[in-house]
Ligand binder design. Structure first.
Ligand SMILES: Nc1nc2c(c(=O)[nH]1)N[C@H]1C(S)=C(S)[C@@H](COP(=O)(O)OP(=O)(O)OC[C@H]3O[C@@H](n4cnc5c(=O)[nH]c(N)nc54)[C@H](O)[C@@H]3O)O[C@H]1N2
Ligand SMILES: Nc1nc2c(c(=O)[nH]1)N[C@H]1C(S)=C(S)[C@@H](COP(=O)(O)OP(=O)(O)OC[C@H]3O[C@@H](n4cnc5c(=O)[nH]c(N)nc54)[C@H](O)[C@@H]3O)O[C@H]1N2
Ligand SMILES: [Mo]
Length: 759
């Protein structure tokens, strides 16, 4: 029998008292500083600061409290009164800290001093900022620029991101991978190819006029909860939501708005999805082909009556490749679609009918589509579906990837990219009088390959927990210390900081909620949300320690010690007044950042524009492109006896590798993260029993030994042959070469595994 404590079956809606309790619990654990609540009130509002959690948009007509359970957790996490000081590091060797959990490491609180790793004593020891900058500069000067990686996790502001990318190029490389390479890179590559714009085309107002919203593999309730409000409003005015997800995620089933006193008191919940399809992991291409088949069938019927379901004018005028795609859809058999999607023809026809009847449809997606070997085809097939009825570039429509980190999209916008063709190199040359490197830089996966092979000799991390977030953890942890230089700019201690190159520094920075005082006074920073709106953000809290520096100061500090002086790159002036960095961003991207300083506090942000939304297609053909998928499964491997498809999931109680606690309230998994979620039929078939402890081994063709032990078999409602567990604990199972073929985004949602005894 399942241990009740381990699988509490939570049947309530998302939001409601559960989410308030979530905030209160985290507030208890983090011991936030006084005035933390005042800070929460200012979250996501003009003149306030932008949430450090997800990238969901910050609407102009904001709620009294424009934050959610998880945004509050992220803010309180930053405002903790706990401090991870030099005393702490004096007490613990790094080897000892490796035995601690991710949760316990971050629970030590905010880093307070710049630290250098001392190999002899295996401890971090305090150092001065000057020592750190000059030692790092010396090292960088001695290295071949090709062997240095400048990683960014998607939080740093547009100002810091711009400076960081410029620094890397002045230094001599495009080695600027970021967390996006593990996340929505599939989006950037696919959407750029098929509609000519690397980001989503929907804007906030579209949610008030659309007739249907199709959701693929995005877990709104946990990962972008403020998005539930416009969804709730859409449903109330009659919009239909159809969801495709192997997991029945509570957030997409129903919600109670925790900010509505009446809903809280009456417990009245809104049903969100009118149809919920538990597609097989990796089964979306097949499912979407099924929807397309239904659209064509209905169009054939309509044609007989002189009507049309397809938007033929749009297809003729704006798209390329429809005939080939149409042929492929007609030639695809329902039997194959049913087998690969795990859904029945009649279920797909029901979903397809909503699409046929809706005049305006928005398609939403997340990691369930991007993190597969054929992630490109997942997204491209979804775009095909949208193009059939002209659902791109018209009010109330669009394809809308939901981004992760709060400024991950923006970092790409202002130059953090390993793809030189995406950076305005000519402009940089003209503005700063140097020859920017033209050679392609490394993606996250290529950076890992380089670290393992020894080609990469230095790693600078602007935030994040790279080593914990990437695939192939075993080999990566072994290879990491062979690097010459590792530098981590961070707010809290994490597992990556326990693996160090020969020369290693841990540099603590200000968080976004904190006052950033520079020579020219307190500074403002900006970010871009998931719907391409740019917002200003002012931190007002007293910094966690007087020895912290802003991220921009740290980047400028290292850059100045590394590069020859260049009168066109006035680091000191920029540092004294971030407005001047914004002027530089405007000079580099005049169209998108016109009047940047004037517009940054526009309520709701200012929209940076999107050509595809205007039906201007910056693609090879000059049109929106239908593509023909060569496969129906995105998994990229065949099924066989004993092999399962593993999805690595986020719980409601984590932000990426930051583990707030052990309560995945919305899925009813409590008290542990070491679980193997698997359906009761598969438990029986595999001869297991609920509560038994097992291990997982990667079932990759290369035969390498990759395993994670100590997982409790936990009955869970999943499609046959699909199992789930938590990221990042299961990352050692993901082979490095298991990634989307086009973008190299790791296929974290479709890992072939076998269940092994826990011996
Ligand atoms: N609280 C909180 N918020 C976050 C984060 C966090 O960790 N915690 N992380 C942030 C970041 S960086 C990101 S990128 C986003 C991530 O947000 P999401 O895009 O929602 O990513 P995940 O939670 O990894 O998985 C999304 C969903 O995909 C489903 N899924 C898995 N495989 C498949 C499949 O093959 N097909 C389909 N249709 N669905 C599938 C899973 O069941 C899950 O519901 O959230 C951001 N916001
Ligand atoms: N198996 C599996 N692996 C995955 C995923 C998955 O779904 N499954 N998802 C992938 C995705 S979508 C992403 S985005 C990556 C995330 O990868 P990363 O972005 O590299 O990881 P995070 O966990 O977000 O980074 C957390 C750390 O950031 C630091 N930090 C927090 N706030 C700040 C700040 O304001 N400034 C600075 N400088 N540092 C700060 C803290 O030290 C904290 O420990 O993981 C990827 N890995
Ligand atoms: Mo992400």
């Amino acid at each position: 029998m399942a241990d009740k404590d381990q699988t509490l079956h939570y049947d309530g809606p998302v939001g409601g008292w559960g989410s308030v309790r979530g905030i209160v619990e985290i507030a208890g654990m983090e011991r936030p500083s006084p005035m933390a609540l005042e800070t929460l009130y200012r979250q996501n509002k003009p003149g306030g600061f932008m949430c450090v959690s997800c990238a969901w948009t910050k609407p102009a007509g904001h709620n009294a409290l424009e934050f959610c359970e998880n945004g509050a957790k992220a803010t309180l996490w930053e405002l903790t009164t706990r401090r991870c000081t030099p005393d702490f590091f004096a007490k613990h060797t790094v080897e000892e800290l490796k035995t601690w959990s991710d949760h316990d490491l971050e629970q030590q609180g905010r880093l307070t001093h710049p630290m250098r790793y001392d190999r002899e004593t295996d401890r971090y020891v305090p150092c001065s900022w000057y020592e750190a900058y000059s030692a790092i500069g010396q090292e960088l000067k001695g290295l071949d620029p090709k062997s240095v990686v400048f990683y960014a996790s998607g939080r740093a502001s547009l100002e810091t991101a711009y400076c960081y990318a410029l620094f890397a190029r002045l230094y001599g490389n495009n080695n600027l991978p970021d967390s996006s390479n593990m996340c929505h890179e599939t989006t950037s590559v696919t959407l750029k190819k098929v509609i000519g714009s690397p980001v989503g085309t929907t804007v906030f107002e579209d949610f008030s006029t659309c007739d249907a919203i199709f959701f693929f593999g995005q877990n709104t309730g946990s990962n972008s909860p403020r998005f539930l409000h416009p969804l709730q409003e859409a449903v109330r005015r009659g919009c239909k939501i159809v969801t495709f997800n192997p997991v029945r995620e509570k957030g997409l089933i129903s919600m109670i708005n925790p900010q509505s006193p009446t809903e809280m008191l009456t417990g009245k919940e809104t049903e969100l999805s009118c149809q919920y399809h538990q597609v097989k992991t990796g089964g979306d291409i097949a499912a979407i082909m099924g929807l397309c088949k239904h659209v064509l069938a209905k169009d054939d019927e309509a044609q007989a009556r002189g009507l049309s379901v397809l938007d033929r004018d749009f297809i003729t005028q704006h798209t390329d490749g429809f005939e080939a795609f149409e042929q492929k859809v007609r030639a695809t058999e329902w039997d194959d679609i049913e087998r690969e999607s795990g859904l029945t023809r009649s279920a797909l026809e029901l979903a397809g009918q909503i699409y046929v009847e809706a005049d305006k449809t928005i398609a939403i997606y997340g990691m369930g589509l991007t993190q597969h070997v054929h992630g490109f085809e997942n997204i491209a097939t979804l775009v095909n579906l949208m193009l059939m009825k002209g659902n791109i570039g018209r009010d109330g429509t669009g394809v809308s990837p939901v981004r992760g980190h709060s400024n991950v999209q923006g970092q790409r916008t202002v130059g953090i990219t390993e793809k030189p063709e995406l950076a305005p190199l000519d402009k940089l040359e003209q503005l700063y009088g140097f020859t920017p490197p033209k050679e392609k830089g490394v993606t996250t996966v290529e950076a890992c390959e380089g670290i393992i092979s020894g080609d990469i000799k230095a790693f600078i991390g602007l935030g994040g927990n790279f080593l914990r977030a990437v695939p192939e953890q075993g080999a990566m942890e072994q290879a990491w210390p062979t690097m010459r230089l590792t530098v981590q700019i961070a707010t809290k201690l994490n597992r990556n900081h326990l693996f160090n190159g020969e020369v290693a520094y841990l540099l603590p920075c200000l968080g976004r909620t904190e006052e950033d005082m520079q020579a020219g006074g307190p500074q403002t920073v900006t970010m871009e949300d998931s719907l391409s709106c740019i917002h200003g953000s002012i931190g007002k809290r007293k910094p966690a320690s007087q020895d912290l520096r802003s991220e921009l100061a740290i980047v400028a500090g290292i850059a100045q010690e590394t590069l020859e002086p260049n009168p066109n790159v006035p680091w000191e002036e920029w540092l004294g007044d971030y407005g001047k960095v914004r002027d530089a961003i405007e000079a580099t991207y005049p169209e998108q950042f016109r009047d940047f300083n004037k517009r940054m506090f526009t309520p709701g942000g200012f929209y940076r524009g999107n050509s595809a939304r205007e039906r201007i297609w910056k693609t090879e053909s000059g049109k929106a492109e239908f593509t023909v998928p060569d496969m129906l499964s995105a998994a990229g491997f065949s099924d066989k006896a004993g092999r399962f498809r593993l999805m690595t999931l986020r719980s409601n109680d984590q932000f990426n590798t930051t583990i707030y606690g052990y309560s995945d309230r919305l899925r009813g998994v409590e008290g542990t993260r070491s679980v193997l979620l698997i359906n009761p039929k598969d438990i029986e078939k595999a001869g297991l029993r609920a509560g038994q402890v097992v291990g997982l081994a990667a079932d990759a063709e290369d035969g390498k030994d990759r395993r994670v032990m100590g997982l409790t078999v936990t009955p869970f409602d999943l499609p046959d042959g699909c199992v789930g567990g938590y990221y990042p604990e299961l990352n050692p199972l993901v082979p490095l070469d298991h990634h989307d073929k086009h973008s190299k985004t790791p296929a974290y949602k479709g890992v072939p595994v076998r269940i092994i005894p826990d011996a």
